[in-house]
Design a protein around this ligand. Structure first.
Ligand SMILES: *[C@@H]1O[C@H](CO)[C@@H](O)[C@H](O)[C@H]1NC(C)=O
Ligand SMILES: *[C@@H]1O[C@H](CO)[C@@H](O)[C@H](O)[C@H]1NC(C)=O
Length: 350
Protein backbone atom coordinates (compact mmCIF):
# COMPACT_ATOMS: atom_id res chain seq x y z
CA UNK A 1 0.00 0.00 0.00
CA UNK A 2 2.82 2.35 0.97
CA UNK A 3 4.64 1.48 -2.23
CA UNK A 4 1.51 2.28 -4.22
CA UNK A 5 1.30 5.71 -2.61
CA UNK A 6 4.95 6.32 -3.32
CA UNK A 7 4.44 5.43 -6.98
CA UNK A 8 1.38 7.69 -7.20
CA UNK A 9 3.24 10.56 -5.56
CA UNK A 10 6.23 10.06 -7.81
CA UNK A 11 3.87 9.98 -10.78
CA UNK A 12 2.38 13.32 -9.77
CA UNK A 13 5.77 14.94 -9.26
CA UNK A 14 7.04 13.68 -12.57
CA UNK A 15 3.88 14.81 -14.36
CA UNK A 16 4.50 18.32 -13.23
CA UNK A 17 8.00 18.29 -14.68
CA UNK A 18 7.19 16.70 -18.07
CA UNK A 19 8.15 13.04 -18.01
CA UNK A 20 10.35 11.91 -20.92
CA UNK A 21 9.54 8.52 -22.41
CA UNK A 22 11.21 6.61 -25.24
CA UNK A 23 8.87 6.11 -28.19
CA UNK A 24 10.49 2.79 -29.05
CA UNK A 25 12.81 0.19 -27.56
CA UNK A 26 16.39 -0.48 -28.66
CA UNK A 27 15.57 -3.96 -29.95
CA UNK A 28 12.79 -2.75 -32.22
CA UNK A 29 13.65 -2.34 -35.87
CA UNK A 30 13.63 1.23 -37.12
CA UNK A 31 13.98 2.61 -33.57
CA UNK A 32 15.80 5.92 -33.81
CA UNK A 33 15.77 6.58 -30.07
CA UNK A 34 13.05 9.19 -30.34
CA UNK A 35 11.79 10.49 -27.07
CA UNK A 36 8.46 12.08 -26.31
CA UNK A 37 7.77 14.60 -23.61
CA UNK A 38 4.61 13.61 -21.82
CA UNK A 39 1.61 15.87 -21.85
CA UNK A 40 -0.08 16.97 -18.66
CA UNK A 41 -1.57 13.95 -16.91
CA UNK A 42 0.62 11.38 -18.68
CA UNK A 43 2.31 9.95 -15.64
CA UNK A 44 3.86 6.67 -16.80
CA UNK A 45 6.35 5.51 -19.38
CA UNK A 46 4.75 2.33 -20.64
CA UNK A 47 5.50 -0.77 -22.67
CA UNK A 48 2.42 -2.81 -23.45
CA UNK A 49 2.20 -6.02 -25.38
CA UNK A 50 -1.43 -6.50 -26.41
CA UNK A 51 -2.91 -9.70 -27.74
CA UNK A 52 -6.00 -11.65 -28.69
CA UNK A 53 -4.37 -15.04 -28.44
CA UNK A 54 -3.64 -16.63 -30.89
CA UNK A 55 -5.17 -14.44 -33.59
CA UNK A 56 -3.11 -11.39 -32.75
CA UNK A 57 0.01 -11.31 -30.59
CA UNK A 58 2.70 -8.74 -29.81
CA UNK A 59 0.93 -5.53 -30.71
CA UNK A 60 3.41 -3.25 -28.97
CA UNK A 61 2.46 0.08 -27.50
CA UNK A 62 5.40 2.16 -26.25
CA UNK A 63 5.41 5.69 -24.89
CA UNK A 64 3.87 7.91 -22.25
CA UNK A 65 0.35 7.34 -20.96
CA UNK A 66 -2.10 8.64 -18.41
CA UNK A 67 -2.92 5.70 -16.14
CA UNK A 68 -4.40 5.23 -12.68
CA UNK A 69 -2.38 2.10 -12.18
CA UNK A 70 -0.20 0.01 -14.41
CA UNK A 71 -2.86 -1.66 -16.53
CA UNK A 72 -4.51 -1.51 -19.91
CA UNK A 73 -6.45 1.48 -21.11
CA UNK A 74 -10.23 1.32 -20.74
CA UNK A 75 -10.41 1.38 -24.54
CA UNK A 76 -8.48 -1.91 -24.70
CA UNK A 77 -10.33 -3.46 -21.78
CA UNK A 78 -13.63 -2.58 -23.46
CA UNK A 79 -12.79 -4.76 -26.45
CA UNK A 80 -11.42 -7.46 -24.18
CA UNK A 81 -7.83 -7.33 -25.32
CA UNK A 82 -5.36 -9.09 -23.08
CA UNK A 83 -1.92 -7.73 -22.45
CA UNK A 84 1.25 -7.46 -20.45
CA UNK A 85 1.95 -4.02 -19.16
CA UNK A 86 5.21 -2.58 -17.88
CA UNK A 87 5.15 0.91 -16.40
CA UNK A 88 7.62 3.16 -14.66
CA UNK A 89 7.75 6.80 -13.68
CA UNK A 90 11.23 8.19 -14.23
CA UNK A 91 12.69 9.74 -17.38
CA UNK A 92 13.51 7.19 -20.10
CA UNK A 93 12.96 4.38 -17.59
CA UNK A 94 11.48 1.93 -20.08
CA UNK A 95 14.70 2.06 -22.08
CA UNK A 96 16.71 1.22 -18.99
CA UNK A 97 14.57 -1.30 -17.23
CA UNK A 98 12.51 -3.15 -19.81
CA UNK A 99 14.47 -5.83 -21.57
CA UNK A 100 13.15 -7.98 -24.35
CA UNK A 101 12.95 -11.70 -23.80
CA UNK A 102 15.65 -13.11 -26.09
CA UNK A 103 13.80 -14.30 -29.17
CA UNK A 104 15.63 -17.02 -31.10
CA UNK A 105 16.96 -15.89 -34.47
CA UNK A 106 14.91 -16.67 -37.55
CA UNK A 107 11.57 -15.65 -36.05
CA UNK A 108 9.27 -13.67 -38.33
CA UNK A 109 9.59 -9.93 -37.94
CA UNK A 110 6.49 -7.78 -38.28
CA UNK A 111 5.55 -4.17 -37.89
CA UNK A 112 4.03 -3.64 -34.48
CA UNK A 113 1.96 -0.74 -33.25
CA UNK A 114 -1.30 0.29 -31.64
CA UNK A 115 -3.09 3.54 -32.24
CA UNK A 116 -4.69 5.54 -34.98
CA UNK A 117 -4.41 5.09 -38.74
CA UNK A 118 -2.01 8.03 -38.86
CA UNK A 119 0.17 6.84 -35.98
CA UNK A 120 0.44 3.29 -37.40
CA UNK A 121 1.73 4.33 -40.81
CA UNK A 122 3.71 2.35 -43.42
CA UNK A 123 6.99 2.92 -41.52
CA UNK A 124 5.93 1.57 -38.15
CA UNK A 125 8.50 -0.09 -35.89
CA UNK A 126 9.16 -3.80 -36.25
CA UNK A 127 9.41 -6.48 -33.58
CA UNK A 128 10.20 -10.20 -33.73
CA UNK A 129 7.22 -12.54 -33.33
CA UNK A 130 7.00 -15.07 -30.49
CA UNK A 131 6.17 -18.05 -32.73
CA UNK A 132 8.08 -19.25 -35.75
CA UNK A 133 4.85 -19.98 -37.66
CA UNK A 134 3.46 -16.47 -37.20
CA UNK A 135 2.33 -14.25 -40.03
CA UNK A 136 2.26 -10.46 -39.95
CA UNK A 137 -1.14 -8.88 -39.65
CA UNK A 138 -2.78 -5.55 -39.61
CA UNK A 139 -6.20 -5.04 -38.14
CA UNK A 140 -8.57 -2.12 -38.00
CA UNK A 141 -11.73 -1.77 -35.94
CA UNK A 142 -14.61 0.54 -36.58
CA UNK A 143 -17.27 0.47 -33.89
CA UNK A 144 -20.93 1.44 -33.62
CA UNK A 145 -21.61 4.98 -32.38
CA UNK A 146 -21.50 5.20 -28.59
CA UNK A 147 -19.03 2.37 -28.19
CA UNK A 148 -15.40 2.90 -27.37
CA UNK A 149 -12.95 4.04 -29.99
CA UNK A 150 -11.78 3.01 -33.39
CA UNK A 151 -8.27 1.61 -33.33
CA UNK A 152 -5.72 -0.01 -35.55
CA UNK A 153 -3.17 -2.64 -34.71
CA UNK A 154 -0.13 -4.08 -36.47
CA UNK A 155 1.17 -7.27 -34.95
CA UNK A 156 1.96 -10.96 -35.37
CA UNK A 157 -0.65 -13.66 -35.51
CA UNK A 158 -1.36 -17.25 -36.35
CA UNK A 159 -1.94 -18.45 -39.91
CA UNK A 160 -5.25 -17.49 -41.49
CA UNK A 161 -6.76 -16.20 -44.72
CA UNK A 162 -5.03 -13.17 -46.33
CA UNK A 163 -8.06 -11.04 -45.65
CA UNK A 164 -11.10 -11.23 -43.39
CA UNK A 165 -13.86 -8.72 -42.98
CA UNK A 166 -16.14 -9.19 -40.00
CA UNK A 167 -18.73 -6.54 -40.73
CA UNK A 168 -22.22 -5.74 -39.57
CA UNK A 169 -24.68 -2.95 -40.20
CA UNK A 170 -27.39 -1.87 -37.81
CA UNK A 171 -29.66 0.82 -39.22
CA UNK A 172 -27.39 3.44 -40.79
CA UNK A 173 -24.38 2.37 -38.72
CA UNK A 174 -21.56 0.11 -39.80
CA UNK A 175 -19.10 -1.72 -37.55
CA UNK A 176 -16.28 -3.98 -38.60
CA UNK A 177 -13.00 -5.69 -37.89
CA UNK A 178 -10.83 -5.84 -41.00
CA UNK A 179 -7.82 -8.16 -40.86
CA UNK A 180 -5.07 -8.54 -43.47
CA UNK A 181 -2.30 -11.11 -43.16
CA UNK A 182 0.96 -11.45 -45.05
CA UNK A 183 4.21 -13.38 -45.01
CA UNK A 184 7.58 -11.59 -45.06
CA UNK A 185 9.67 -9.23 -42.95
CA UNK A 186 7.62 -6.16 -42.04
CA UNK A 187 5.13 -6.87 -44.81
CA UNK A 188 2.23 -5.49 -42.77
CA UNK A 189 3.30 -2.06 -43.97
CA UNK A 190 0.02 -0.97 -45.54
CA UNK A 191 -1.94 2.06 -44.54
CA UNK A 192 -5.49 1.73 -43.25
CA UNK A 193 -8.45 2.62 -45.39
CA UNK A 194 -12.04 2.88 -44.30
CA UNK A 195 -14.02 -0.14 -45.49
CA UNK A 196 -16.88 1.06 -47.72
CA UNK A 197 -20.41 -0.16 -47.14
CA UNK A 198 -20.89 -1.32 -50.75
CA UNK A 199 -23.89 -1.47 -53.07
CA UNK A 200 -27.29 -3.09 -52.39
CA UNK A 201 -26.97 -6.85 -52.81
CA UNK A 202 -30.62 -7.81 -53.12
CA UNK A 203 -31.20 -9.07 -49.57
CA UNK A 204 -33.41 -7.57 -46.92
CA UNK A 205 -32.94 -7.99 -43.17
CA UNK A 206 -34.64 -6.55 -40.12
CA UNK A 207 -32.68 -3.99 -38.21
CA UNK A 208 -32.96 -2.63 -34.69
CA UNK A 209 -30.78 -1.70 -31.76
CA UNK A 210 -32.17 -2.18 -28.28
CA UNK A 211 -31.57 0.69 -25.90
CA UNK A 212 -34.16 -0.46 -23.38
CA UNK A 213 -37.10 1.21 -25.14
CA UNK A 214 -38.25 -1.94 -26.92
CA UNK A 215 -36.74 -1.13 -30.30
CA UNK A 216 -36.29 -4.83 -31.07
CA UNK A 217 -39.93 -5.76 -30.39
CA UNK A 218 -41.46 -7.45 -33.37
CA UNK A 219 -44.02 -4.76 -34.11
CA UNK A 220 -41.38 -2.13 -34.51
CA UNK A 221 -38.94 -3.97 -36.75
CA UNK A 222 -37.77 -2.13 -39.83
CA UNK A 223 -36.55 -3.97 -42.93
CA UNK A 224 -33.23 -2.75 -44.35
CA UNK A 225 -31.58 -3.29 -47.72
CA UNK A 226 -28.35 -5.24 -47.29
CA UNK A 227 -25.18 -3.83 -48.80
CA UNK A 228 -21.93 -5.16 -50.20
CA UNK A 229 -20.49 -8.36 -48.74
CA UNK A 230 -22.95 -8.23 -45.86
CA UNK A 231 -25.57 -10.68 -47.12
CA UNK A 232 -26.41 -12.55 -43.92
CA UNK A 233 -29.20 -11.49 -41.57
CA UNK A 234 -27.98 -11.12 -38.02
CA UNK A 235 -29.45 -11.24 -34.55
CA UNK A 236 -27.37 -10.72 -31.43
CA UNK A 237 -28.82 -11.84 -28.10
CA UNK A 238 -27.78 -12.11 -24.50
CA UNK A 239 -26.74 -15.59 -23.39
CA UNK A 240 -29.57 -15.92 -20.89
CA UNK A 241 -31.00 -19.22 -22.09
CA UNK A 242 -34.56 -18.82 -20.75
CA UNK A 243 -35.08 -15.11 -21.37
CA UNK A 244 -32.64 -14.07 -24.04
CA UNK A 245 -32.83 -10.37 -24.82
CA UNK A 246 -32.25 -9.28 -28.39
CA UNK A 247 -29.59 -6.58 -28.39
CA UNK A 248 -29.56 -5.89 -32.09
CA UNK A 249 -30.65 -7.05 -35.49
CA UNK A 250 -29.04 -6.14 -38.76
CA UNK A 251 -27.00 -7.74 -41.49
CA UNK A 252 -23.49 -9.09 -41.53
CA UNK A 253 -20.70 -10.54 -43.65
CA UNK A 254 -20.18 -14.32 -43.76
CA UNK A 255 -16.80 -13.81 -42.09
CA UNK A 256 -18.59 -12.45 -39.05
CA UNK A 257 -21.01 -15.38 -39.01
CA UNK A 258 -18.39 -18.11 -39.28
CA UNK A 259 -15.77 -16.09 -37.51
CA UNK A 260 -13.92 -17.05 -34.60
CA UNK A 261 -15.34 -15.98 -31.38
CA UNK A 262 -11.88 -14.54 -30.95
CA UNK A 263 -12.14 -11.77 -33.49
CA UNK A 264 -15.84 -11.25 -32.89
CA UNK A 265 -15.02 -10.14 -29.39
CA UNK A 266 -13.36 -7.03 -30.80
CA UNK A 267 -16.71 -6.07 -32.27
CA UNK A 268 -19.58 -7.44 -30.21
CA UNK A 269 -20.45 -7.08 -26.54
CA UNK A 270 -19.20 -9.73 -24.12
CA UNK A 271 -21.31 -12.84 -23.56
CA UNK A 272 -23.58 -12.62 -26.53
CA UNK A 273 -24.95 -15.18 -28.93
CA UNK A 274 -24.80 -14.40 -32.61
CA UNK A 275 -27.39 -15.92 -34.93
CA UNK A 276 -26.96 -15.64 -38.66
CA UNK A 277 -29.31 -16.79 -41.40
CA UNK A 278 -29.25 -16.24 -45.11
CA UNK A 279 -32.87 -15.86 -46.25
CA UNK A 280 -34.33 -12.40 -46.75
CA UNK A 281 -35.91 -11.09 -43.53
CA UNK A 282 -35.04 -14.30 -41.69
CA UNK A 283 -33.84 -12.49 -38.55
CA UNK A 284 -37.36 -12.09 -37.25
CA UNK A 285 -37.76 -13.45 -33.73
CA UNK A 286 -40.73 -15.64 -34.62
CA UNK A 287 -39.00 -17.24 -37.55
CA UNK A 288 -36.20 -18.69 -35.48
CA UNK A 289 -37.10 -19.40 -31.94
CA UNK A 290 -40.78 -19.42 -31.06
CA UNK A 291 -41.67 -22.74 -29.50
CA UNK A 292 -43.45 -24.84 -32.12
CA UNK A 293 -46.93 -26.20 -31.36
CA UNK A 294 -46.76 -29.98 -31.31
CA UNK A 295 -49.44 -30.30 -33.98
CA UNK A 296 -47.35 -28.49 -36.51
CA UNK A 297 -44.40 -30.81 -36.19
CA UNK A 298 -45.08 -32.96 -39.27
CA UNK A 299 -45.39 -29.80 -41.32
CA UNK A 300 -42.10 -28.64 -39.90
CA UNK A 301 -40.42 -31.82 -41.05
CA UNK A 302 -41.90 -31.36 -44.48
CA UNK A 303 -40.62 -27.81 -44.65
CA UNK A 304 -37.21 -28.95 -43.56
CA UNK A 305 -37.15 -31.59 -46.26
CA UNK A 306 -37.95 -29.16 -49.04
CA UNK A 307 -35.42 -26.72 -47.64
CA UNK A 308 -37.92 -23.95 -47.13
CA UNK A 309 -37.44 -23.51 -43.40
CA UNK A 310 -37.36 -19.78 -43.02
CA UNK A 311 -34.35 -19.77 -40.74
CA UNK A 312 -32.35 -21.98 -43.00
CA UNK A 313 -32.46 -19.85 -46.12
CA UNK A 314 -32.42 -22.62 -48.70
CA UNK A 315 -30.79 -25.36 -46.71
CA UNK A 316 -28.06 -23.21 -45.26
CA UNK A 317 -28.21 -23.71 -41.50
CA UNK A 318 -28.02 -20.73 -39.17
CA UNK A 319 -24.77 -20.33 -37.32
CA UNK A 320 -24.24 -19.52 -33.68
CA UNK A 321 -21.06 -17.95 -32.57
CA UNK A 322 -20.40 -17.59 -28.90
CA UNK A 323 -18.51 -14.44 -28.12
CA UNK A 324 -16.59 -15.13 -24.97
CA UNK A 325 -16.12 -12.87 -22.01
CA UNK A 326 -12.75 -11.55 -20.90
CA UNK A 327 -10.08 -14.07 -20.04
CA UNK A 328 -8.86 -12.40 -16.90
CA UNK A 329 -9.93 -8.79 -16.74
CA UNK A 330 -7.72 -6.45 -14.81
CA UNK A 331 -5.12 -8.98 -13.84
CA UNK A 332 -2.31 -8.17 -16.17
CA UNK A 333 -0.57 -5.54 -14.21
CA UNK A 334 3.00 -6.46 -13.57
CA UNK A 335 2.47 -7.24 -9.90
CA UNK A 336 -0.42 -9.59 -10.34
CA UNK A 337 -0.49 -10.80 -13.89
CA UNK A 338 -0.76 -14.48 -14.55
CA UNK A 339 1.25 -14.78 -17.72
CA UNK A 340 4.33 -15.98 -15.94
CA UNK A 341 6.05 -16.95 -19.14
CA UNK A 342 6.25 -13.32 -20.09
CA UNK A 343 7.73 -12.23 -16.78
CA UNK A 344 11.23 -12.77 -18.04
CA UNK A 345 10.66 -9.75 -20.24
CA UNK A 346 10.24 -7.53 -17.27
CA UNK A 347 12.99 -6.26 -15.05
CA UNK A 348 11.96 -4.36 -11.99
CA UNK A 349 12.12 -0.63 -12.07
CA UNK A 350 14.57 0.54 -9.49
C1 LIG B 1 18.27 3.32 -25.03
O1 LIG B 1 19.23 2.31 -24.85
C2 LIG B 1 20.07 2.09 -25.98
C3 LIG B 1 20.97 0.89 -25.71
O2 LIG B 1 20.83 0.39 -24.44
C4 LIG B 1 20.88 3.34 -26.28
O3 LIG B 1 21.69 3.12 -27.41
C5 LIG B 1 19.90 4.48 -26.54
O4 LIG B 1 20.62 5.67 -26.77
C6 LIG B 1 18.95 4.64 -25.38
N1 LIG B 1 17.93 5.61 -25.76
C7 LIG B 1 17.59 6.60 -24.98
C8 LIG B 1 16.53 7.50 -25.50
O5 LIG B 1 18.12 6.78 -23.90
C1 LIG C 1 5.98 -3.26 -47.90
O1 LIG C 1 6.49 -4.56 -47.75
C2 LIG C 1 6.66 -5.27 -48.96
C3 LIG C 1 7.05 -6.70 -48.62
O2 LIG C 1 7.95 -6.76 -47.55
C4 LIG C 1 7.70 -4.54 -49.82
O3 LIG C 1 7.90 -5.22 -51.04
C5 LIG C 1 7.23 -3.12 -50.06
O4 LIG C 1 8.22 -2.40 -50.75
C6 LIG C 1 6.91 -2.42 -48.75
N1 LIG C 1 6.30 -1.14 -49.02
C7 LIG C 1 6.65 -0.03 -48.38
C8 LIG C 1 5.90 1.20 -48.74
O5 LIG C 1 7.57 -0.01 -47.57
Amino acid sequence: MLALHAVTLLGLLVTASGLQCPKCLPWQGNCRDEVETCRLGQNFCVVQDLYVNPVMTSAMCVGGMALHSCGLLSRDVAVRLSGNSFCCTTDLCTNKSYASMPIPPGRPVCQSCVGSATACGPNSLTSPCPNSQDLCLQLSRHVLPGEEGDAVYKACGEQGPPEELLAMAVGPDLAYVHVQRCHGVGCNNGSFVKVPRGKPNGKLCYSCQETGAGECNNEQLRPMTCMGAMDQCLEVQTTDWYHPVTLLRGYASTDLCRSWELLGRLLLPADTLVHCCSGSLCNHAASCRDPLPLLLLPLVFLLLLVGAWSCAGGGNPGIRVHVQGPEDPGSWDMHTHKHRTKLSRIHTDT
